[in-house]
Design a protein around this ligand. Structure first.
Ligand code: TLP
Length: 344
């Protein structure tokens, strides 16, 4: 099977498994796992922050940060399709009791003017006070789009002027860094907290990190325990993360080339709306024009599966294809051939 459903499907390589097997471990809830401690130091440095915290998932990473930043009844500003709102099981309401001011981005990207317009001080007793602005880079539902630095800088200026905090869902931040050539701190300097997923394109089986100030991480550590994310001999998993950061960052460029190639092969196909120029990282979103396409996205997904290619239909008109380290160029070519056969 050629699995293009997500970059979360990657399996640990033999080298990564060896690193995991050899990891020195201790009880991380006591702060005694040397491999977790090393991963947290490496991640803090990579992301340009004082400290970092290893957590089981990207979802927990985002939700811990939002919990640290807010009080129940606060309001946070997010883009409508951003992951912590759209894909984290209602955790914002359930775990933090916050309400969300949703904005519509262009490919997931917001402008400072949009953000400025909806900030509420809390002076008026009718309003929930705005506390936090959350951005996502790269933006998953935006098409794996890269947040332009000028937009982040301008949104940050608005946040500072109103005393608001900034959080970055950086699940795929390193995809943005590899694509632009910018180091991670070029982005993270504008955020009070940021996350990074080790278990997506970086190829680790489990794990994300939060990076922030030492004081923020101290508070985050308490919520990690509260949310059930305090792991014990987690060095086995942290070793995979360290291996991923050492071996699998630069190669993300290959995934980006593969996504571009896939988009180019599918461009111009009857009923497919797609601009290869908009494919900036490792995701290809196919939009199907139901008036002319031979199949809707669900039928296409079924037919592709029968031909050995897995993809994700999000609704009748939208299919997502994601490239990653377990998909070769030849497999991308094969996937494109299958889709062309089915839609031509
Ligand atoms: N995204 C998954 C699904 O949940 C949609 C995927 O296949 O893309 N932030 C972003 C931007 C993400 O894309 C994801 C996962 C997460 C956070 C959550 O990470 P996990 O799955 O580790 O909780």
């Amino acid at each position: 099977m050629i699995d293009l459903r997500s970059d979360t499907v990657t399996k640990p390589s033999p080298g990564m498994r060896q690193a995991m097997a050899a990891a020195e471990v201790g009880d991380d809830v006591f702060g005694e796992d040397p491999t977790v401690n090393r991963l947290e130091e490496v991640a803090a440095q990579l992301l340009g922050k004082e400290a970092a915290l290893f957590v089981p998932s990207g979802t927990m990473a985002n939700q811990i940060c939002i919990k640290v930043h807010t009080q129940p009844g606060d309001e946070i500003i997010m883009e409508r399709t951003s992951h912590p709102f759209a894909n984290e099981s209602g955790a914002l309401a359930a775990l933090s009791g916050v309400q969300v001011q949703l904005l519509d981005g262009v490919r997931g990207i917001l402008t400072a003017e949009q953000v400025a317009r909806v900030i509420r001080s809390g002076e008026d007793v009718h309003h929930a006070p705005t506390r936090l602005i959350c951005l996502e880079n790269t933006h998953n539902r935006g098409g794996g789009s890269i947040y332009p630095l000028e937009h982040i800088r301008a949104i940050h200026a608005v946040a500072r002027a109103h005393g608001l905090a900034m959080h970055l869902d950086g699940a795929r931040l390193l995809n943005a860094c590899v694509a632009t050539g910018l180091p991670a701190p070029a982005y993270t300097q504008y955020f009070d907290s940021c996350t990074l997923c080790l278990s997506k394109g970086l190829g680790a089986p489990v794990g994300s990190v939060i990076a922030a100030s030492a004081d923020f991480i101290k508070r985050a550590r308490r919520y990690r325990k509260m949310f059930g994310g305090g792991m014990r001999q987690a060095g086995i998993l942290a070793a995979a993360g360290l291996y991923a950061l050492e071996h699998n960052v630069e190669r993300l460029a290959e995934d980006h080339q593969h996504a571009k190639l896939l988009a180019e092969r599918l461009y111009g196909l009857r009923g497919v709306l797609l601009d290869p120029a908009e494919v900036e990282t490792n995701m290809v979103y196919l939009r199907l024009d139901l008036a002319t396409a031979r199949l809707d996205a669900f039928a296409l997904m079924q037919a592709m599966r029968a031909r050995g290619v897995l993809a994700l239909a999000l609704d009748r008109t939208t299919m997502r294809l994601v490239t990653h380290l377990d998909v070769s160029r030849a497999q991308v070519e094969e996937a494109a051939r299958v889709i062309r056969d089915l839609l031509a």
